[in-house]
Design a protein. Sequence first.
Length: 290
Amino acid sequence: MRPTARRRAWGYRRTADSRCWDFAEFCALERGRGLRSAFNFAVVSREKGHLNDVRYNAGQPKYRRLMRELLADGWEVGLHAAYLTAQGRPPAWLQYERLAEWTGCQVRGVRHHYLQLQPDQPLATLLAHAEAGAADDSSMGFNDSPGFRAGTALPFEVFDPRRGLTGELLELPMSIADMHLPRDDERAATECVLGHLAVVRELGGLAVLNWHVGNWHPARGWRESYRAACELLAQDAGAWVAPPRRIAEWWRARSTFLDECSFVHRNLNEDMKLGIVRAVPAKSRTAVAC
C-alpha cells in the first residue's frame, strides 16, 4: 500500500468550552498509535465572509496557541479555504498570508470548504493556490460518497494549460470523509471506511481521509470508524501514514528519482548502440540498479 494521508478540516460549530472542542481526543487517538495528520483552519468566518463559511474565528488567541502547539507536536496545519475563494473573495494568497501570521510558519497545504472549486474551471482555482505558494491540495473529492473523483487513487500534478506545464501543485485527492458515513451507526460507518481502505490497498494507491473536528461526541459513527481506521493503519506494516505535506514531498522525490533513472537508462542504451563504454557516477549507478 502506498502512503495514506489524512487531511482533517476543522469544522467547529459551538463555543470553545463545549463538548465540541475535541482536538485533544483526536490527538490522543493518533498519538497513542504513533500517527500524525493535518488540521486545516479557515481564516474567514461567516461574520466577514459568506453565510456558508465557518462559525469560528481562528484569529483568536486560543486558536493561535492551539495551531502552534499542534505544529510543535508533529501535526501539520493547513488552510481550509473560504467558501468564495474560487471567486477570489478573498484571494488565496491573502488567506495563506494571514494563516502564516497566526502560526508563525509558511502553510502550504489546503482543502476547500465544501470542496468548493470553480464549477466550470476547477483547475483555475487550484492554480491560484499554486501561485500563492501552496504545495498540495485535497479538494478533488465527492461531497456525498467515497470514491476517486479524478479517476485515480494516486496523487497527480495539476496541469497549467496556460504554460503547458505541471508540478507546482500536487493534488492528493480526498477519497473518503466523515460526511459520507452514517452519524450514529458505528457498524455501518466502520465497514464503509475499512472497505474503502481495502480497495485502496488492492489498487496500491493513496487514501486521503477527511474528518471534521467537533463531532467526536455527537457522532459516534464517525468517531468509531475513525478509531477503527487508525487502529488498522497503525498495525499495517504495508501502509505508510503521514500528514499531507510529507506525502507530497515523498511523491515529488519519487518522481525526481524515476526521471533520473529514465535519463540514465536512455543514455546507457544510446552508448551501448554506439559501442561506448562510459563510467557512470555513483549516484546514477544506484539509480540504474534501482
